[in-house]
Each structure stands twice: as C-alpha cells, then as structure tokens.
Write a protein of this length. Structure first.
Ligand code: HEC
Ligand code: HEC
Length: 309
C-alpha cells in the first residue's frame, strides 16, 4: 500500500523546525537574562564610606563564622593576614559567604553583588595590622602580548602536577579534588596563584613575577579556548552563562535527534514520479536528507539504514 507524500509530513517537518527555532529563541533569552543577572552597577562608594559599608556587611555576612574583628570562631578560621586578593577571590568564586560551616567551599556563582564585594575587599584587610595584610589584587596586563611558551613551561613545572596538563583537574589528597580551571576568570586565576586557596601553595612575586603571572594566566585561558568544542569561543562571562550555553547545545542536539527519529518513522514509498515518469524513491531521498541533517546535528548518526519498513 503506498501513499503520496502527504502535505502534512511537510507541515510536520516545518513545525518541528519552527519548534526548534522557538525553543532556541526562548532559551537564548533565558540565557541572556541569567547571564546579565548580578551584573549590578559597581556603585560609587569609596574611601571611608566603602569601608563602613564593608564593616556592616562583615557584621551581617561573615562575623558569625569568622568572629569579632576577624579573629576566628568555632565555625571559621581567623581572617588576620587575609589581604584584598584573598577576599576578592573567595567572594568572586562564590566560595564565601559559606551557607553552612560544614560545607566545602567550591567555585559557584558569586553570591554577593560586585559593590558588596568591593566593600568587603576594602574592609576585611583593615582588621589585620599593617604589614601583615596579604597580597593586593594582582593586576593583569594585556594577555595577548604574554608569552604562551613561557606560560606553558611555568604551568607544566608549577601547576600541572595538581591541575593536570590540560588544567582539567586531577585528584590531590583525600577530599581535595583540585578544581579544573575551566570556569576561573583571568583575575581569579591570578588571585589563586598569589593566594593559594585550600591546599594549593602560595606563589609570591619572588617565585612568579608579574610577567610570568600574565604568561600563566594567558596559557590557562589559551588551553581552555583550545579545548572548546569546534573552537567555539564562549565569552568568559562566568559559570552561569557558559552552563546555559552548554545546556542550549545539549537541548539543540536532543531536538535534532528527536526530529531525525520523527523523520525516520515517517518513511513510506510513494507513487511520486519524476519528470520522465520513473517512480521516485522517496525513501532514498529522505535518507540523503537524514544523512545531511546528521552531519550538521551534534552526535546524531544516520539512522535510516536498518529501517525495516
Ligand atoms: C557559615 C560560616 C561562614 C561564613 C558565613 C563565612 N565563612 Fe569564610 N570560611 C568559613 C570556613 C569554614 C572556612 C574554611 C574553609 C576551608 O578551608 O575548608 C572559611 C574560609 C574563608 C577564607 C579563607 C581563609 C583562609 O585561611 O584561607 C576567607 C578569606 C573567608 N572565609 C572570608 C569570608 C568572608 C569575607 C565572609 C563574609 C562575606 C565569610 N568568609 C563568610 C566559614 C564561613
Ligand atoms: C599542590 C597542588 C596544587 C598546585 C601545585 C597548584 N594548585 Fe591550583 N588549586 C589546587 C587546589 C586543591 C585548588 C582548590 C582549592 C580550594 O578550592 O580549596 C586549587 C585552585 C586553583 C584555582 C581556583 C579555581 C576555581 O575555579 O576557583 C586556580 C585558578 C588555580 N588553582 C590555579 C593554579 C595555577 C595557575 C597553579 C600553578 C601556578 C596552581 N594552581 C598550582 C591545587 C594546586
């Protein structure tokens, strides 16, 4: 029994494409909304006003664990000796404020606003006597002029043992699965080098100077861009937007597969004829389309070969 290529198959195909397009638009909007969330204006406070704002924030966000004047408490270590780089790093990477003292600090979204971060960075180091304050936030210069060769060498000799040759992360010690370096921004990479979070050692100026710091940061960023699928450069805008992009690609892939499967189940021979009156093998035509689709769809494979019908 044969049927003509029904218009509704064409309609279904168009509808499927329209659904995919619509889903992409909706999800992209969601991605943009998520990515821009938290990018509040950094604010205008400075000097004493900024420090006072930081003091108040310390009282509401940190004191319960780190104690009065940052001297430490039952729930958290002393912050004496923690400088601007350290405070900026823990807040940027969402490690602090910890929700529960038993939690392990891990890299997540920043939980405070940029303005709140600036205020705490201005205040917390003032708790330490002058001369005992840890490093300032390191400056990163133009990464495009940093030497990747030097970066590779320094990364291999100083970092690869713990982070793996491609910065993908390997286990060190019992509970310290060292972070893969996929989501750290350049400034966070530089801060980590100077601060040494957790069991990571501190690398001071005398070990890694400012140019070498740039070179390592440039190398880590380069590694990441090299590993990105298809050379797709996702802006380093942070874990949220990147997660959403990965998610979008995943959903796109799934929809394409669903689309191909739907296409496959619709295979029927028809009594269409070509210009000279020979019957057209629509199945074969569709197979060509499916293969072409599969080439463009991530992870999809041509599926029409074993079609029993
Ligand atoms: C619920 C308790 C808790 C809260 C709230 C908290 N912290 Fe922490 N903080 C900890 C604990 C516990 C550690 C040690 C984590 C570890 O290394 O496993 C820590 C570590 C740190 C460190 C690293 C210290 C070091 O010696 O390496 C800094 C810096 C820090 N916190 C700053 C802050 C700031 C600033 C705030 C407020 C915005 C804050 N924390 C809020 C519990 C807390
Ligand atoms: C002894 C092992 C060790 C060495 C050597 C080491 N790290 Fe780390 N690194 C760690 C661990 C463990 C963490 C996670 C610490 C934490 O979150 O408590 C970390 C965290 C980081 C982070 C933060 C990642 C994030 O997403 O927040 C960066 C960036 C980083 N390291 C870069 C480097 C670079 C660059 C070097 C070389 C100059 C280096 N590390 C050397 C163990 C190491």
């Amino acid at each position: 029994m044969t049927t003509a290529v029904s218009p509704h198959r064409r309609v279904a195909r168009v509808a499927a494409l329209a659904m995919i397009a619509l889903a992409m638009v909706v999800l992209t909007n969601a991605a943009v909304a998520l990515a821009t969330q938290g990018e509040e204006p950094v604010g205008t406070l400075s000097g004493e006003a900024l420090i006072t704002a930081g003091e108040n924030l310390y009282g509401s966000q940190c004191v319960m664990c780190h104690g009065a004047n940052g001297r430490g408490g039952e729930l958290g270590p002393s912050l004496i000796g923690q400088g601007a780089a350290s405070i900026d790093f823990v807040i940027r990477t969402g490690r602090m404020p910890l929700a529960d003292a038993g939690d392990r600090p891990v890299h997540t979204e920043q939980k405070l606003t940029d303005e709140e971060r600036r205020a705490l960075v201005a205040f917390v180091p003032t708790l330490s006597p002058e001369g005992q304050r840890g490093p300032e936030i390191p400056e990163i210069n133009d990464l495009s002029s940093a030497s990747l060769t030097v970066g590779l060498e320094l990364f291999t000799s100083n970092c690869a043992a713990c982070h793996g040759p491609t910065a993908a992360g390997i286990a060190v010690g019992r509970r310290d699965v060292s972070s893969n370096l996929n989501i750290a921004d350049p400034v966070e990479i530089a801060e980590a080098i100077r601060v040494g979070p957790g069991v990571m050692p501190v690398f001071g100026e005398e070990v890694i100077d400012a140019d070498e710091l740039d070179a390592i940061v440039a190398w880590v960023v380069h590694l990441r861009e090299r590993e990105a699928p298809g050379g797709l450069a996702v802006g380093r805008s942070g874990p949220v937007s990147e997660g959403v992009v990965v998610w979008l690609l995943g959903i796109g892939g799934l929809l394409s597969i669903i689309y191909l499967l739907g296409d496959r189940s619709g295979h029927e021979h028809t009594d269409l004829v070509d210009a000279s009156g020979n019957p057209l093998d629509v199945d074969l035509l569709d197979r060509g389309i499916a293969v072409a689709d599969a080439r463009t769809g991530p992870g999809a494979t041509p599926t029409t070969e074993a079609d029993p019908t």
